[in-house]
Design a protein around this ligand. Sequence first.
Ligand code: PLP
Length: 217
Amino acid sequence: MSLPDILTRIRAAEAKAGRVPGSAELVAVTKGRPLSEIRAKVLAHGTFPLGENRGQEVRDKVQEWTETAGGAPQPQWHYIGPLQSNKVKYLEQVSLVHAIEDVAQAEVVARYAEKWGHAPAVLLQLHNGEEQKHGIPAADLPAVLREVLGTGLEVRGLMVMAPYDQPEAARCIFREAAQRAHDLGLGELSMGMSGDFETAIEEGATLVRVGTALFED
Ligand SMILES: *Cc1c(COP(=O)(O)O)cnc(C)c1O
């Protein structure tokens, strides 16, 4: 499906939910896609944040961009994957880290930010309550938020992953995440992927992370 088609679906989901047009933003998930394809299928249609989930891949794409874009500013890189502390060094050009799972990760990011002279904003990944390895249990969120803020990083919101192909479970998870974000006074909500981004928008997503539908359908 082309990017304009995805945008049409996003705008339709916003309208259905009575939301302001543009209040849900597309993050084009470009992991595993070469820069040539990203240029043709994403950047040809405008400026969109690009979601990556491997440190070296971000570093390599940033470098390739620098070498080939004739001085054009870098795209806005988002890091959406699980964060390994030995990979943070590759994320200097990343503006938003979606999936902080504990204070130790935030401390590593804050340490590099000091070295770089600029810091990415971050989201905290909420555990989704299902069988899942990743995320912060809801009960721990207030304490983790306090400590992550203590590192000096700007916490913009929450991120959550729903299980694939379970739309009703996904809706519950999205609704819960929206409630938690609201309770904590956090405005950004990264949730929804190719299979469930419209549901996520109905439940309040401000960032939807779409890869497969954009590149393969
Ligand atoms: C790959 C990935 C996505 C995109 O998933 P699609 O189903 O391809 O749209 C979204 N979020 C995260 C964290 C991912 O790793």
